[in-house]
Structures are given as C-alpha cells and as structure tokens.
Design a protein around this ligand. Sequence first.
Ligand code: HEM
Length: 231
Amino acid sequence: PEKMVWAHNGIGNLGITGTFDRKQLQRGFQVYREVCSACHSINRVAFRDLAALGFSEAEIKAIAVSYDIPSIDDAGEPTTRKGTPADKFPLVYPNEAAARAAQNGAYPPDLSLMTKAREDGTNYVHSLLLGYRDEVPKTLTAPEGLYYNPWFHSAFIAMPPPLAADEQVTYADGTKGTRAQYAADVSTFLTWTAEPKLEARKSTGVAAVIYLLILTALGYLSYKKVWADVK
Ligand code: HEM
C-alpha cells in the first residue's frame, strides 16, 4: 500500500515515537459512525474508551444511549436496552450468517483489530478505501456484484466504495470534507481501536532505551576504572 505519513508514526515516520492527533481521531470516529457502522462493528471498543479521544463524560453518555444493546427482559425474552458507557459497541448483525444474508453472501468483518490483522494495516485500509477503480484490466473479469479494487487480496471486493464523494460527511470541527481526508482520518481511528495503548508503548520503549544507554556508559566507565592499573 501507499506509504503515508502518520502522526502516530512520529519522527521520520519511523514508528519509533509518535502520538495520535486527537482531533483526527475524533474525525475518524465521525466517519466510522456515519459511514462504516452501517455494516461494520467495532465490538472490542467500549464507549468509555472514547475518553482517550478527548470526548467528555457527557458526550460519551450521549453516544452510548444512541446505540441499542441486546439484552434479556424479565420474561427471559431477547430485547434491547439503551447503551451505557461501560457497554461495547454492539454488533451490526447478531451473527455471521445473518450478516451474509443481508450482504449478498459477503461478510463485513469487525473492524476493531483490522489494522493489526492486515500487514501494514493503517496504510492498507487507507489504500483500500481510495483504491476502487472503474476500469478492470483486460486480463481479469469482474465477478457479478463485486467491485474492482487492486488492494484487496482477490482484487474484487463485495464492499461498495464507502467513501464515494467529497462532502459526504460534514465534519463537526469544520475540517474540509474530502475523500482523502475521510480515508486518512478513519484509518487513523482504526489504528487507535486496534492499539489504544500505542502512545504508552512507544514512550515506555524510548525511556527504556535511554535507560539502557546510560547503564551501558556507566558500565564501560567502571570497567575502565577497575582495570586501569592492569597493563
Ligand atoms: C470489508 C473497511 C464501509 C461492507 C472491509 C474490509 C475493510 C473495510 C478494512 C476488509 C478488507 C479485508 O478483508 O482485507 C471499511 C471502512 C468503511 C467501510 C473503513 C467506512 C469508511 C462499509 C460499508 C459496507 C461495507 C458501508 C456496506 C454497505 C463490507 C463488506 C466487506 C467489507 C461486505 C467484505 C468484503 C469481501 O469479503 O469481499 N471493509 N468498510 N463496508 N466491507 Fe467495509
């Protein structure tokens, strides 16, 4: 996939340092909510996890109650109740069979861990979203009902192009809505869902390396001192 520069890849886009851009995560969540959530769940994420994106407790409560969570009523019958911050984002379909029945036989996977499940996942999701092409190469024949997208493993994907036009989503923060912006923002958001502790992992790693370097220097200096008299 195309190598993009991501804030969470830090200095030199090397991936050693880096922090998420909170505003971008919020925009990515908006794209997920308004577009992707029609078909894909993020069932590993709890509403209260959104605090890490900078949402307030009241905002999180409002998001949670807008979702119906499967539940059981007093008579033991399945029902739904309003979401609370402790709930996870619900599944879109109760199970895979129901999803395939509604999606022409295709299965829209849960996106929580997608950027980890695919190699170079953030760039992959970004390229996939922008990678639909109208012209199918002459050597290939498009199967009925599938879309040509060279980034997908089989080149033909059942997902209709989800980011079809600029201004499809009106950003709450006033950022101009373009397909490129939506793709970058939602890919960043899905990187966070897959690795919410990315920032802590990186800062701990950098601190550990600095600590080990100092320890090595001290070790070397004491070695010099201890053996100074031995010729
Ligand atoms: C598959 C992302 C919106 C239906 C996928 C995959 C990703 C993805 C990463 C998996 C590709 C793979 O397996 O490597 C997104 C994102 C969306 C979005 C980020 C929003 C911007 C939608 C919508 C629908 C949909 C709105 C339904 C209309 C599907 C289906 C598949 C799929 C059916 C399975 C494709 C196949 O196996 O051929 N999507 N999607 N997606 N998506 Fe989406």
